[in-house]
Design a protein around this ligand. Structure first.
Ligand code: SF4
Length: 1011
């Protein structure tokens, strides 16, 4: 179906002078309009690399790129690539610019909120003797609840306010707070962490540009158009950056897109005033309003519009409901009587039962999609949106599950509401000799002593067996005695080096302990259901977040993991399996905040009752450790307007069947939001006067692109079960001491190549110094660190000595690409290590630039077998990357190589066969066509697996189990061992990593003593 832009969309697309404000009502096609506008600019000759578009999330960035590409394929079929256009989050942009302009930033890694919490939890105390830690305990007594969790959250709020309002701690005259913030900054930004939180990235770029005017001028002159999506949710620091980049709107053209009625993040410091005052602050502004809603019926549009008109300060709009007509003008999208249901209940249970009944009633009802096709509604078409999911979310999920309705709940911190997860948490508490808290009946946390914790474990195992979640192999006596044995082992590791068993180090790996727990609970013998496995995967992922910020975990420091689990994990981490791909056909329960940007044919908005929606806490100030008068606290108080905006967002998620309900009894009354709803299509007595056609329910097609990477595809090809465990369930492998080595090598290589591109190449004699200043590993110290640093010096010096001339051909280092595989609706992202100049003299200048593609592998090849394995594995990757470069840029990789970076010499048997560090890979057009077909087949198979929730253990027959990260708890490994008579050695992944490390240390010593 051809969808022509509406008149106002066309005006936004064509605008070509000055700055542009696009006010886009819900459902008005803003992403499509933005994509069309960007594509048209490229067609009109704007350089791709001079376009920068900020999106609110990575997901939104991928969606926008995809649509720009689609448009370019029609408008500019000869060259539809996006090239070096930047489309993504503002944070990633800041990091990219900083890394390009200040080499020191290459060592930094972005830290999200969960890792920030893990780092705060594991450094909570300040140990004055060692000088380590943040010292948050000094602020604990200043919080309302006087708990660790409260202190941690209040401190995180404080850090945000300090950044957003650009406060100088020296002016606040609070030495304790100032010292705590200083400790935090030292630990996060300093050696060996080198983390940047989201706030710091923006601050660093602003500071850098303000201090380096020449760099600012250069950045501005490289930029012709800046786009900012979701502009209503930009905070003051982000606005400062936008202002800097566009020279207050007098330099590069600025297009901002958003809807002030959908501003949701005031409580985090976002300021809708930036949008409301845009026309006054920036010069030469044209405003275009997109008011045609192509999502919802006229009933929903009118109800939502009425609700939002009561906001005190907003931009007036006149939204209308529209439906596309093929090759014609849109017409009004009319609702049917009974589409909107309003209901009152005296009890929560009655309300939840009605929701379940209504879901069953609507299932199978014929629904017309935007493209005109009809199908029967299914569970995946429905959502329950709540002001706060905690508590209420569980009421609804329980009622729905009692009716056999599949449901996923997000935003509850609900992971720890599950018996199997609490059981693992209790097990870690016993191992760490740490306090174990559980929420009591009154909701307050209660301390459980060791005897109680053991009893709790016994009971949970019995319950899980009783509910058939665990099988007969889960035996509490056996499990508790295993915990006792592990505790004794950890006690041994606590001893000083002299007193310890010679084979025991002090370091422990929580992920390996966790995998062992699963084994002891019978995972290898019993078939655990998927919902248990998804939750275990979510727990595994949480451990990884902790391990990634906690360098060296000793038995004594295991306590900080328990603190992190109880003060962050239990409050913030959702159940496993809530992602769209993992639960395609389930009713979604989530907060209205989380529903932003989503839509469903059927939406429930229950509990529109006093204290709940609008929230009775809407006027509460933000909790921080800062004195009240030291910052503009009003910014963070949502008040009535913010609550109404949230209500508007909730209403406009719905396409057709809107169901609003409330409690109506003493002290729980319907609120104004409920009472205000008035429309001809509303039914208040549960009746529906419109005859509804029924058909077989058909789940929504997986509408989103499958966003994936080569590494995911390779995992699936290795073993489908491994793909499910790793990619969908989020199980993580353990973190070994080598962790990060390959990345460090890649970072330094990128710097070497960038210097060559900039015309300041590095000499082999400078490598040692470069490695010593840049190389760092967060999880390694002592001999292992020295061995790896030495290995890095040796490998990189050899590379520069042998390939110095080639390095001068560097064209681009670490280039990110995205490839939309034709006819497969999958977006594959990757980063090419190096593109080299390969200009052919006989190629006319108008054609694509010919380049060579190089992929580095920091690995050691010991035998012909190793070589063959690497070759086979990496050639698929390189062929895919060659396709990616062709797709994303106007370059054509006609040659490609794997380059082995190793501290060790190549084995003689390979040298004799002429195998060198650079191994050529075939990227001729027929080979790439085959590679593309192979990728398409893999994607189809993955999608089939997702639809049927079927991922067999194909790794057994493929012989992959021997090296699988999950072999400790996947029964496929046992099958593999019993099938392969010649495999006698069975080691764990942890043991393999240790053996590899020991060998590296041995080689380093052997080399240094021979020098
Ligand atoms: S152990 Fe074998 S069957 Fe199990 S996930 Fe790994 S490769 Fe697949």
């Amino acid at each position: 179906m051809t969808l022509s832009p509406t008149t106002s969309q066309q005006a936004a697309i064509d605008h070509d002078s000055g700055n542009l404000l696009i006010l886009a009502c819900a459902g008005s096609g803003k992403t499509e309009t933005l994509a069309h506008r960007i594509a048209k600019m490229v067609k009109d000759g704007v350089r791709r690399e001079s376009i920068v578009a900020f999106t609110f999330t990575n997901h939104a960035g991928a969606e926008l790129k995809h649509r720009v590409r689609q448009r370019l394929e029609t408008m500019l079929p000869s060259e539809p690539s996006l090239g070096d256009m930047y489309v993504g989050t503002i944070h990633s942009y800041c990091l990219k610019v900083l890394r390009e302009r200040k080499e020191d930033f290459r060592r930094f890694e972005v830290m999200d909120e969960t890792r920030q919490a893990a780092l705060l939890a594991s450094n909570f105390y300040r140990f004055e003797d060692s000088g380590r830690g943040i010292g948050l305990e000094k602020l604990l007594s200043r919080t309302r609840m006087k708990t660790f969790g409260d202190t941690l959250h209040t401190f995180m709020n404080t850090l945000n306010v300090l950044h957003q309002q650009r406060l100088d701690l020296r002016n606040i005259e609070d030495n304790v707070l100032a010292k705590t913030v200083e400790n935090y900054r030292e630990i996060v930004y300093g050696y060996p962490n080198y983390f940047l939180d989201f706030n710091q990235i923006i601050d660093d770029l602003i500071d850098f540009l303000e201090k380096n005017k020449d760099q600012l001028m250069k950045l501005r002159s490289d930029l012709s158009h800046l786009f900012v999506d979701e502009y209503q949710d930009v905070d003051d620091r982000q606005e400062r950056l936008i202002d800097l980049l566009t020279d207050s709107g007098c330099g590069p053209h600025l297009t901002v897109v958003g809807d002030d009625d959908q501003a949701l993040y005031g409580f985090r410091g976002a300021r809708v005033e930036n949008m409301l005052g845009f026309e006054d602050r920036y010069p030469n502004v044209t405003t275009v309003q997109l008011t045609e809603n192509f999502r919802s019926t006229h009933a929903i549009v009118e109800i939502a519009d009425e609700a939002v008109r009561k906001i005190s300060h907003r931009i007036p709009k006149e939204p209308v409901a529209r439906v596309f007509v093929p090759d014609g003008s849109p017409k009004e999208h009319l609702a049917d009587p009974g589409d909107v249901q309003l209901q009152r209940f005296t009890t929560e249970a009655d309300e939840a039962a009605w929701v379940a009944k209504r879901i069953e009633e609507l299932r199978g009802t014929v629904f017309k999609e935007k493209n005109g096709e009809e199908r029967g509604l299914d569970y995946g078409d429905m959502a329950i949106l709540l002001r706060s999911v905690r508590g209420a979310g569980t009421d609804f999920s329980k009622a729905l599950r009692d009716h056999g309705i599949p449901v996923v709940v997000s935003g509850t911190g609900g992971l720890f509401d599950n018996d199997e997860v609490r059981l693992i948490q209790a097990s870690f508490s016993l191992l760490a000799k740490s306090d174990f808290y559980l929420p009591g009946k009154d909701g307050k946390m209660q301390l459980i002593n060791t005897v109680g914790t053991r009893e709790f474990i016994r009971k949970k195992i019995a319950d899980l067996r009783h509910s058939n979640h665990f099988g007969d192999s889960a035996n509490s006596t056996h499990y508790l005695s295993w915990i006792d044995k592990m505790r004794a082992d950890l006690d041994q590791r606590r001893l000083s080096r002299d007193e310890r068993d010679v084979h025991k180090g002090s370091r422990i790996y929580p992920q390996a302990l966790f995998q062992k727990m699963l084994q002891e609970l019978g995972i290898l013998e019993d078939n655990w259901p998927n919902d248990i496995m998804f939750n275990m995967g979510a727990f595994s992922n949480l451990l990884t977040q902790f391990e990634s910020v906690h360098q060296w975990i000793t038995p004594a420091r295991l306590k900080s993991l328990c603190v992190f689990l109880s003060i962050w994990g239990a409050r913030h981490v959702d159940e496993g399996g809530i992602s769209e791909v993992a639960s395609l056909n389930s009713v979604k329960i989530m907060t209205v905040h989380a529903s932003k940007g989503l839509e469903w044919p059927v939406v429930f908005l229950p509990r529109i009752s006093s204290h709940v929606f609008p929230s009775s806490r809407r006027n509460q100030p933000l909790n921080t450790f800062l004195p009240e008068n030291s910052f503009n606290s009003d910014t963070y108080v949502g008040g009535d307007d913010a609550e109404r905006r949230l209500w508007y967002v909730g209403l406009t998620r719905c396409a057709k069947f809107l169901n609003v309900s409330t409690l109506d009894r003493s002290r729980k009354r319907p609120t104004a939001y409920f009472k205000e709803i008035a429309h001809d299509c509303v039914s208040r007595n549960g009746t529906d006067s419109t005859p509804r056609r029924k058909t077989s329910p058909q789940p929504p097609a997986y509408a989103d692109m499958l966003q994936t990477t080569y590494s995911d595809l390779a995992t699936f090809r290795r073993c489908e079960r491994e793909y499910q465990l790793r990619t969908l369930m989020n199980f993580s492998p353990g973190v070994g001491e080598q962790f990060g080595y390959g990345q460090q090598i890649h970072n330094i290589l990128a710097e070497i190549h960038q210097k060559a591109i900039d015309g300041t190449p590095i000499d082999a004699s400078e490598i040692e110094e470069l490695v010593k200043t840049r190389f760092h590993l967060r999880y390694t110290r002592g001999d292992p660190f020295k061995a790896m640093q030495e290995a890095a010096i040796c490998s990189l010096t050899r590379y520069v000595e042998e390939f110095g001339d080639k390095i001068m051909d560097s064209r681009a280092a670490e280039k990110s690409f995205e490839l939309l595989v034709p006819d497969s609706d999958a977006l594959i992202s990757g980063v090419v290590d190096l593109l080299e100049r390969r200009d052919a003299l006989d190629v006319p200048p108008s054609q694509r630039e010919i380049v060579g593609l190089v992929e580095f592998k920091a690995t050691r090849i010991k035998s012909l077998k190793d070589y063959e394995k690497i070759h086979e594995r990496v050639q698929d990757q390189i062929q895919l990357y060659a396709l990616g470069v062709r797709y994303a840029f106007s370059q054509d990789p006609q040659q490609a190589d794997i380059h082995i970076i190793s501290h060790a010499e190549f084995p003689e048997e390979l040298e004799q066969q002429g195998v060198k560090a650079r191994i050529p890979i075939d990227v001729t057009p027929p080979t790439l066509r085959k590679a593309q077909e192979k990728v398409k087949t893999t994607i189809e198979d993955i999608k089939k697996g997702i639809t049927n929730s079927n991922f067999p253990k194909t790794g057994v027959a493929e012989g992959q189990c021997k090296e699988c990260d999950f072999r400790v708890f996947c029964s496929g490994y046992r099958e593999f061992i019993s099938n392969s008579r010649n495999v006698t050695k069975t080691s764990t992944p942890e043991e393999d990593r240790k053996e590899e490390m020991d060998q590296l240390i041995e080689e380093t010593y052997a080399r240094s003593s021979s020098e």
